[in-house]
Design a protein around this ligand. Structure first.
Ligand code: ASP
Length: 591
């Protein structure tokens, strides 16, 4: 049966259309019956239009309109009328008009809703995910998914114009764990063997460079079988790219250009020509984080020299043991109570600090906290911390990394508490010169800080094995508003260097050959120097949309324990499916 087809959307009619006979298709967003007049807000993805059914409407029409409930899917035809002056809604594109209904067809009915369809839902997450199709109808979700689409389109436009080719890489690959656990897919045809879902297209994009494609990109789905932690998803999307015959700055420049274009296109937001660059050490020393939020300053300073002159044992003993003292001037916070200072201390302790020393700056000098131990140096401290009366000085003495991370947490808390963050701002920065290796204390071995295919900086090539901790890599991260939004590196294209890296991270030749032999083999056939980066699409769109969870920008995410309550995955499968895959379940090792 033909249904009444729309001649306009719910988001386009203005007073210029007054007098037109139109048909709209959409959902009953609101339904108010005032007895003599019934108002319906009809919604589709383009907007909302107000419809009314007057007291003088014909009986048949009134009968149908009386049946309408929230979220019924309907077709309404009627005449566009200018609203009376007092009823104009300047916040809506269609706020100048309403439709006097002449005919209503119910296209489908809707059961009682589990939650109202509003701009944002306040329903519990699992309920939202169970009824994701309803949740996605909300104004907020519609806007965010549209932003995501616009983002992806702008990325494609920009990169294609820059000569990048969009090339797909397989999602059933050999298991080559990149840091997290692989998702495995059993092969039916090759009994006892498994594919893995890629953690990223890393090896394939490098191989595409060996194949001579020069500039590759892909909006790539990546899979990591990780335990629920923070705002992670088992599958997520990267804007994966790789370039041949480039150095670090070429990759940074393309990435900056891409985001300038994307922000301009999708949000009419102008980013600076180049993004601030900080070395890893600068970022840690000044902001206490390798993903600093540069929407505000509040820098951390070294307190080593000043502390060395004091008689404060808690400081001098740490210095003697090779540790550091770092300090932060919390501007205007001398009014902080002990309770508020202890809340700052709690933030520091999460990152290992044993305590947070403090002193208030007054007209007379320093006061309270550890003043009595440092009073002789008061003038010098005040001037080097650029402090003035009303400020609060905060200090941590510990290992360098503990000082940085703990005071970085205090800085972040102060940024929020003092309202120093402008939520309308987007501030990018690059972090460069990362250490290539990190020591895994639990497993007593060196690990790649990014991944095993990143190039050590040239000056460390001769001494890499003697002191892996000192090696800096040709690695870079892109940070936006305090979030890491991309990582990348210049890659190793020399099989010998690659073998040395495998050996430092504890892969025997046999294991390296077994897992990555295909890459080493490809590298024997004239690989070009190459490098790339992979911005996380979900996280980028999340930040642009002013959200704090990536679930708000992913159409069908999993919940915190990796379940999708809508279709109820993961789920058990029948015996025959397991048999076909040559699998038997055994839970005896659990618990
Ligand atoms: N494949 C890397 C990752 O997923 C990114 C890159 O180095 O390009 O982190």
């Amino acid at each position: 049966m033909e249904t009444m087809k729309r001649t306009a959307t719910c988001g386009e009619l203005t007073k210029k259309d007054a007098g037109r006979m139109v048909t709209l298709n959409g959902w009953v967003h609101r339904n108010r019956n005032h007895g003599e007049i019934q108002f319906i807000n009809l919604r589709d993805t383009y907007g909302i239009t107000q419809v009314f059914i007057g007291d003088d409407a014909d009986k048949e029409l009134k009968k149908v309109s009386a049946e309408l409930r929230f979220e019924y899917c309907v077709a309404i035809s009627g005449v566009v009328k200018e609203r009376p002056e007092t009823m104009i809604n300047p916040d809506m594109t269609t706020g100048e008009i309403e439709i006097e209904a002449k005919n209503i067809e119910i296209l489908s009915r809707c059961e009682v809703l589990p939650f109202m369809i509003d701009e944002e839902s306040d329903a519990k997450e699992d309920l939202r995910l169970t009824y994701r199709y309803l949740d996605l109808r909300s104004g907020g979700m519609q806007k965010r998914i549209k932003l995501r689409t616009a983002f992806t389109f702008a990325v494609r436009e920009y990169l294609t114009k820059q000569g990048f080719m969009e090339i797909e890489t397989p999602t059933l690959i050999k298991s080559t764990p990149e840091g997290a656990r692989d998702f495995l897919v059993p092969s039916r045809v090759q009994a006892g063997k498994f594919y893995a879902l890629p953690q990223s297209p890393q090896l394939f994009k490098q191989i595409l460079m060996v194949s001579g494609f020069d500039r590759y990109f892909q909006i790539a789905r990546c899979y990591r079988d990780e335990d629920a932690r923070g705002d992670r998803q088992l599958e997520f999307t990267q804007v994966d790219l790789e370039m041949s015959f480039v150095s670090r700055d070429d990759v940074l420049k393309v990435t900056e250009g891409m985001f300038q274009y994307v922000f301009e296109k999708t949000m009419q937001y102008k980013l600076p020509e180049t993004f601030t660059r900080l070395t890893y050490e600068e970022a840690m020393n000044t902001y206490g984080s390798d993903k600093p939020d540069l929407r505000f300053e509040l820098p951390i300073k070294s307190f080593d020299t000043l502390a060395a002159d004091t008689t404060f044992n808690a400081f001098t003993s740490v210095l003697e043991a090779g540790g550091s003292i770092k300090a932060l001037n919390a501007k205007g916070c001398a009014t902080y109570s002990r309770k508020m200072i202890s809340e700052l201390e709690q933030a520091a302790k999460i990152y290992g600090a044993k305590g947070l020393a403090w002193a208030k700056v007054t007209e007379a000098g320093l006061e309270g906290g550890i003043t009595k131990f440092i009073s002789e140096q008061a003038d010098e401290i005040i001037s080097s911390m650029e402090a003035e009366p009303g400020d609060l000085l905060l200090m941590i003495a510990d290992k360098w990394s503990v000082c940085c991370n703990s005071l970085g947490a205090v800085r972040s808390k102060l940024g929020k508490d003092l309202g120093l963050i402008d939520p309308a701002k987007f501030v990018f920065c690059w972090i460069i010169d990362f250490p290539l290796f990190e020591y895994n204390e639990n497993e007593n071995r060196w690990e790649a800080a990014h991944h095993m295919f990143s190039m050590p900086q040239a000056q460390y090539l001769d001494t890499m094995e003697q002191d892996p901790g000192a090696v800096k890599g040709d690695l870079y991260d892109l940070v936006l508003n305090g979030y890491e939004v991309a990582s990348g590196s210049i890659r190793i294209h020399d099989p010998e260097i690659q073998k040395r890296i495998f050996s430092i991270v504890g892969f025997s030749e046999e294991v390296a050959e077994e897992r990555f032999g295909f890459l080493l083999k490809a590298f024997r056939y004239g690989p070009p120097p190459h490098g790339g980066i992979a911005p996380g699409l979900d996280r980028m769109v999340m930040i642009m949309a002013g959200q704090t969870s990536i679930k708000e920008v992913i159409p069908f995410p999993k919940n915190t324990v990796g379940i999708s309550p809508m279709e109820n995955s993961p789920s058990i499968v029948d015996e025959q499916q397991l048999k076909d895959l040559h699998l038997k379940l055994d839970f005896s090792e659990d618990n």
